[in-house]
Design a protein around this ligand. Structure first.
Ligand SMILES: *[C@@H]1O[C@H](CO)[C@@H](O)[C@H](O)[C@H]1NC(C)=O
Ligand SMILES: *[C@@H]1O[C@H](CO)[C@@H](O)[C@H](O)[C@H]1NC(C)=O
Ligand SMILES: *[C@@H]1O[C@H](CO)[C@@H](O)[C@H](O)[C@H]1NC(C)=O
Length: 805
């Protein structure tokens, strides 16, 4: 401001002076710009105070300051003017005070006067605005939003007022504008306002220039350069190379094999561009199988990959940069099947006990094959390896029926073990085998079979009752009770005796026991039918015939039929004196109820009154002359003949025979005595006639027998049927009915006969059926043997009793 001060200040000084005149005390005020040259006249004090200039020096007028500081003003005592004594810098004096006042006192002496003089120093624009720093570095993240403010320190201008900073400008740029707002402190907030987002990737550095200016004359300005470094902001999320990663992985892939590698790139820098990977969505099952390398993005196998368990895994993978921007990608892993599952064979509803009588084609079980693999690996073929009567027929789906192909026979094969093999169609194919065990259940299809077609048992007669006769054995291959055999005897009777009394059989062992003692002389044999029956239901049975042959024992002594046993006086043979050597005198007729050797009789003269006279045929029993009869020989000869059989032990019988050697019966006193009452002559002729007939007949018989003997060569039958036996003597029910248990009529007592004397009765039946036959006594001239008249009740001997004689 120019100095319009003097008139005003003069006025003021006047007023002040007027008021203070009395106290010699006036207040003066002047104003002048700073930076004036020395000698610049600020004002005229003398004029203003109305002082005489000439007196000024006298009164020693001077300016005094309270502060001991360099005087910036001087008083020109000659002119009474204030002048600038030294350079005045307002900024130095008053800093930023808006009004810069300099107070001085004007002192005058004689009289002492004191005047306050105030100098106001006016600012001039001598300073430019200055920013605290020439350049400012700013780092602004590229992701700073539009409108973001960045404070810039304001510029300072030590001048005041209009000379101080009054405004700012920002050099034109494309991102920022300048915002200047007063703040509370009276200063300004200078801010760069982001007007358009930065992008580091386009422009990494921005330089701005802000100018601050004042409004002085001329205006001054200062600038600051602002270097904005655009900081990378994490403004780019990672980007996966594919949205969906598809991989196929064979099952059972080894651990640590890489399935797929995902990769994402991030355009950002540094940490912001560092992508790490992690699963963002994954099933817990997949998590156990796959791992993700967070750095490389490799998905690896860490668990067991099983197609049969899961065929497809889907997961999401997140790619994340250092500050958490992320994207995700889908990973689909398809598992491909390997033929790693062998087929399994399941036996379903297996009938484990197949009755052996099932017809071929019967279904006995169902087999189910399974394979957990898929497609070809799943196709299974099933077969039976062994040669067994079973086959598999494919049924629905993977089912097979096991059917029989042939006839089963438990007795041949009771159990089948075979292997069912299932092959799948994979490559390489897998197979599995299962052993099937089938047992064949029994059916009672076998009747018992006897070891022999027929059995023959030999039993010695007079056996002990209960002794074992024989044993039969039948076998039945069936199982358990179907093969358990019980033996029994068929019912029936032998000559009216129930079979149960004759024999008994042990049902379990098949041992046949005699029910009583047998007598060969009654039964030579009989037949019994043994039935073997199994215990099945229904039972099966078979039977066999057992021929019981009773063996003869020598239990019967010979019986002498002629001559009649001892004590009979009639047994006398008459021999003429002229009889020749070798002539047949008599014949001992004996029988033995036994048979064979036991009935083979031999004759022996054990006592004789003249031992050399007679001989006896050892087997024929014929007594013949051994020498001619001499006169010396006694007329009466006695012979004792023993008949013994050939059994063990030997049994024997004896008889006595009287022989009278005489041509004349009358000479024989004993005979005469005996036949005293009879006509001896007639008797004599009768005897002669009888002897002749007997001799003739005997010769005929011998010839006949000899013929038959030659044919049959069986001495025991020597006389079988030789002598006419009236057929009436055979009871009709004794006809030979073989196999029904009756005895054969052919078993007759063998009799060794010889031609007898004239007193023999040849009507005697030399061959008779057996002891059961009662021979009418009227037909016999000789006495019946005690054994020949056995009735039915005595059919069997009590073995404890001695054989009857
Ligand atoms: C069948 O196998 C079983 C056990 O596996 C065995 O005890 C039996 O003797 C076998 N049978 C045949 C007929 O091989
Ligand atoms: C015996 O055979 C019958 C069929 O005839 C059968 O039912 C039964 O089970 C068989 N018994 C045994 C022990 O095998
Ligand atoms: C013995 O078996 C035959 C056939 O085998 C049969 O005809 C007969 O009746 C059976 N006899 C008895 C007593 O069972």
């Amino acid at each position: 401001m120019a100095h319009r001060g003097p008139p005003l200040s003069g006025l003021l000084a006047l007023i002040t002076f007027a008021l203070m005149a009395t106290t010699v005390h006036a207040e003066l005020s002047y104003s002048f710009p700073e930076e004036m040259k020395r000698g610049y006249v600020i004002g005229n004090i003398a004029k203003d105070l109305g002082l005489d200039v000439t007196t000024l020096s006298a009164r020693k007028a001077r300016l005094v300051s309270e502060e001991d500081r360099k005087q910036c003003c001087d008083l020109n005592l000659r002119t009474g003017e204030f002048i600038v004594a030294d350079r005045v810098d307002r900024e130095e004096l008053c800093l930023e005070k808006l009004t810069c006042l300099l107070r001085l006192d004007l002192m005058l002496e004689t009289p002492l006067e004191l005047h306050r003089v105030t100098f106001q120093i006016q600012d001039i624009n001598d300073n430019s605005p200055i920013f605290p720093k020439d350049s400012i570095k700013l780092e602004i993240s590229e992701n700073a939003d539009k409108g973001a403010r960045f404070r810039v320190n304001e510029a300072h201008d030590v001048d005041v007022g209009q000379n101080s900073v009054t405004g700012y400008t920002l050099e034109k740029n494309s991102h920022f504008v300048l915002s200047v707002n007063p703040n509370k402190d009276g200063g300004k907030n200078i801010e760069l306002v982001l007007d358009k987002e930065l992008d580091r990737e386009q422009q990494q550095d921005v330089t701005l220039v802000i100018s601050a200016f004042d409004s002085g004359t001329p205006p001054l300005s200062g600038i600051v350069a602002i270097h904005v470094t655009v900081l990378d902001a994490n403004d780019n999320a990672p980007v996966f190379s594919q949205e969906v990663y598809k991989a196929s992985l064979p099952e059972n892939a080894p651990l640590n094999s890489v399935v797929v590698k995902v990769s994402a790139t991030d355009a950002d820098q540094g940490l912001n561009g560092e992508v790490s990977y992690e699963f963002s969505r994954i099933s817990s099952k997949a998590r156990k199988i796959f791992s993700l390398d967070s750095i490389t993005g490799e998905i690896k196998v860490i668990g067991t990959v099983d197609f049969e368990d899961e065929q497809k895994y889907e997961m999401r993978i997140e790619g994340k940069d250092g500050f958490g921007l992320s994207t995700d990608a889908r990973v689909v892993i398809e598992i491909t099947d390997l033929n790693d599952n062998a087929p399994t064979i399941v036996l379903q509803s297996l009938n484990n006990h197949i009755p052996e009588d099932v017809s071929p084609g019967t279904e006995v079980g169902i087999i189910h094959v399974q394979d957990r693999d898929s497609d070809k690996n799943r196709q299974v073929r099933c077969s039976i390896q062994e040669n067994v009567p079973f086959k598999l027929i494919p049924s629905i789906k993977n089912y097979y029926s096991l059917v029989t192909t042939g006839v089963l026979d438990r007795e041949l094969v009771s159990e089948y073990n075979f292997t069912v093999i299932a092959n799948d169609a994979g490559s390489p194919p897998l197979s599995s085998a299962k052993t099937v065990r089938l047992s064949v259940a029994d059916v009672n299809d076998n009747a018992p079979v006897f070891d022999k077609l027929s059995y023959t048992a030999q039993v010695a007669e007079n056996n002990k009752p209960g002794s074992s006769v024989c044993s039969v054995k039948a076998s039945d291959p069936d199982w358990r009770q179907n093969g358990t055999i019980m033996y029994s005897l068929s019912t029936g009777e032998v000559n009216g005796v129930p079979m149960s009394q004759l024999l008994s059989i042990n049902a379990d062992t098949g041992v046949i026991h005699a029910g009583r003692a047998f007598d060969y002389e009654h039964y030579k044999s009989f037949k019994v039918c043994v039935i073997a029956r199994d215990s099945g239901s229904p039972p099966l049975s078979s039977n066999v015939t057992v021929n019981v042959l009773i063996r003869d024992e020598n239990d019967n002594p010979p019986q002498i039929l002629y001559p009649t046993p001892q004590g009979s006086a009639l047994m006398t043979e008459l021999v003429p004196k002229t009889v020749l050597v070798g002539s047949l005198i008599s014949k001992i007729i004996a029988v033995d109820a036994d048979s064979g050797q036991n009935a083979w009789l031999s004759y022996e003269i054990i006592k004789s009154s003249d031992p050399g006279l007679f001989t006896i045929g050892v087997h024929s029993g014929e007594i013949r002359m051994q020498r001619d009869i001499s006169e010396k020989d006694g007329m009466k000869q006695n012979l004792i003949v023993s008949v013994r059989d050939n059994g063990q032990p030997t049994l024997s019988a004896t008889c006595a025979l009287n022989v009278i050697i005489s041509d004349n019966l009358a000479e024989i006193p004993e005979i005469n005595d005996r036949y005293a009452e009879s006509d001896s002559k007639l008797t004599y002729y009768l005897i002669i006639a009888l002897v002749s007939v007997s001799t003739f007949f005997l010769t005929f018989v011998i010839v006949t027998v000899a013929v038959r003997f030659c044919r049959r060569a069986k001495p025991t039958l020597l006389f079988d049927g030789a002598v006419a036996i009236p057929s009436a003597y055979f009871p009709p029910n004794y006809a030979d009915v073989d196999g029904t248990g009756t005895l054969r009529s052919g078993y007759n007592y063998d009799t060794y006969m010889t031609t007898g004397s004239h007193t023999s009765d040849f009507k005697f039946v030399t061959s008779y059926n057996d002891g059961t036959m009662t021979i009418p006594s009227s037909t016999l001239t000789s006495k019946k043997s005690p054994t020949s008249a056995v009735d039915h009740s005595e059919l069997f001997h009590d073995p404890e009793m001695p054989a009857q004689v």
